[in-house]
Write a protein that binds this ligand. Structure first.
Ligand SMILES: Cc1cc2nc3c(=O)[nH]c(=O)nc-3n(C[C@H](O)[C@H](O)[C@H](O)COP(=O)(O)OP(=O)(O)OC[C@H]3O[C@@H](n4cnc5c(N)ncnc54)[C@H](O)[C@@H]3O)c2cc1C
Length: 481
């Protein structure tokens, strides 16, 4: 056994959790298996584990090491659904298929919860509940969404009024919220290592530092080439996310790489409990901020995104400023760790799950919400390969669409900037309106008090009279026909 290498150590919660990993094994000899999985992130390890549990011989080929990218560097929030609003899902596939897809996403979340039991993957520090808070005052829209999620999509949800949100999070940035009591969070890095451990115990052979350089998927037995050895398999699962590269250029070109940065603060002591009593995670409705308490009195905070790689350390200042903007009462905050991962964003916002040609499968494009969706995809693909489950076809409407290459990245960056600026402006306007309403209420109360003191009656507006159908109201054209 060995401790983590220097680059692996740049992960979330290094300050709050330590992990010991097995020695890395490279593929140096030719091998024949039932299922070859490319990539040992959450998606690859889950499909491998589930296929092995069903009796297949499985090899995972990983170019770096287990959880090297996003899967070892995320915030660990497990939510139902996908990265797109449920209304968009219905618009795309119709109500019935949207419900089935949603139910699959719930099963993905249930899968993670089941693996996170103490006797399966211990020490994941599970906490319950996730709160999605709105940057604007649009509570009326909330009611229909709550009804749809609760009644039609069997998802437990609660609507929180702005007052409750502000008692729980001491900031006036947010208005109402949607609370998902059954959502939860786990130590993300320990989870992916725990899954890999379970997979090894189930018989999966995981080869790290073994990049796949090419795949010939034309025959019944697929040929997979790595720098030192070849592998033959009846099924290949492409779970390499954004880094798949030459192994399947066509597929990697359908993903827009988005670097997401996150930080863990130094201990904040009692100050943190004064500004935040919620132990679950918080996301804003525009997908800008995502944070939660870790290790008792630290904040783990994920904020800026870019479509170009950058040094995580350089983002510390931006994250610190973001925390200060949301929670000015917290005062000065020190950043202890910064980390990042690249997520693969599809053009339609839904993951890529299914069979590309007989025996060639894909599980990628999980975007910002990869925990429940990669668990769902892993189970679905393993069952499809081994039991003929064909529910992956529900994902067929979400085709492989070219993400636009470099132009797409530039456009993605510009759109991201514009959306963030738009959200910030909408938030500022909502808060301005709220303050103006507050000032108006105070002014009216003062006027009423002054009138009471002076013994005068508060002047009442004459009651509103709805105009009769043929009543011109006196200002419009009064000429009769
Ligand atoms: C900062 C941050 C916070 C996040 N927070 C959350 C959260 O709270 N909740 C949530 O649900 N999601 C979250 N996500 C998203 C989630 O982490 C991802 O959606 C998920 O990890 C993607 O998993 P994956 O297996 O598809 O990809 P990856 O983690 O990228 O794994 C793919 C693996 O394939 C390997 N690979 C690629 N090509 C090859 C090749 N040719 N040969 C061999 N190996 C190859 C790579 O080395 C890599 O290890 C977050 C992401 C980030 C970056």
């Amino acid at each position: 056994m060995m401790s983590e290498s220097a680059d692996a150590a740049n992960g979330p919660g290094d300050t709050v959790s330590t992990v010991t990993l097995p020695d890395r094994v490279r593929l140096t000899f030719d091998l024949d298996v039932d299922v070859c999985v490319v990539g040992a992130g959450l998606a690859g390890v889950t499909v491998a584990l589930e296929a092995a549990r069903m009796g297949a011989s499985v090899a995972v080929l990983e170019g770096r090491y287990v959880g090297w990218n996003a899967s070892g560097h995320h915030l660990g929030t497990v939510m139902p659904g996908y990265g797109i609003p449920v209304g968009d899902l219905i618009a795309r596939v119709g109500f019935d298929d949207a419900r089935e897809l949603w139910s699959l996403s719930n099963q993905g979340a249930d899968y993670v919860r089941a693996q996170a039991a103490d006797d399966i993957i211990p020490g994941l520090a599970l906490t319950n509940g996730a709160l999605e808070v709105s940057n604007v005052d649009a509570g009326d829209k909330l009611i229909s969404r709550l009804q749809m999620l609760g009644e039609d999509f069997a998802t437990e949800v609660e609507g929180w009024q702005a007052d409750r949100v502000r008692v729980t999070l001491r900031t006036d940035r947010y208005f109402h919220g949607v609370h998902y009591p059954r959502a939860f969070q786990i130590d993300g890095r320990k989870y992916v290592y725990g899954l890999a451990d379970l997979a090894r115990k189930a018989g999966v052979r995981i080869f790290e530092e073994t990049p796949v350089v090419s795949i010939d998927a034309s025959g019944v037995r697929k040929r997979i080439v790595t720098p030192q050895a070849r592998l033959r398999a009846a099924h290949v699962v492409l779970a390499g996310n954004i880094h798949l590269g030459e192994a399947s250029r066509r597929l990697s070109d359908t993903l827009l790489p988005v670097w997401r940065y996150a930080a863990v603060t130094a201990p904040l002591g009692d100050r943190l409990a004064e500004i935040m009593t919620f132990q679950g995670s918080v996301t804003d409705s525009d997908g800008i901020d995502h944070f939660r308490i870790v290790g008792g009195d630290r904040l783990m905070w994920s904020s800026p995104e870019t479509t170009w790689a950058g040094q995580p350390r350089r983002r510390a200042g931006a994250i610190r400023r973001r925390i200060r903007t949301i929670f000015p009462k917290l005062g000065k905050v020190e950043i202890a760790d910064v980390f990042s991962g690249v997520i693969g964003q599809t053009v339609h916002g839904m993951p890529q799950v299914g069979q590309l040609r007989p025996g060639l499968w894909v599980a990628s494009g999980f975007g910002r919400q990869g925990l429940n969706t990669s668990a769902m995809a892993g189970q679905l693909i393993a069952r499809s390969i081994l039991c003929g489950d064909d529910r992956w076809k529900l994902f067929s409407p979400f085709e492989l669409v070219w993400a636009g290459g470099t132009t797409g990245r530039v456009a993605g960056y510009a759109i991201g900037m514009a959306e963030r600026a738009g959200s910030a402006a909408a938030g500022t306007l909502a808060r301005y309106r709220e303050r103006a309403r507050g000032r108006e209420r105070t002014r009216e109360a003062r006027l009423a008090a002054a009138n009471r003191q002076a013994g005068t009656r508060v002047p009442q507006r004459p009651p509103y009279r709805a105009p009769a159908p043929n009543d011109s109201g006196g200002t419009a054209d009064t000429s009769s026909p």
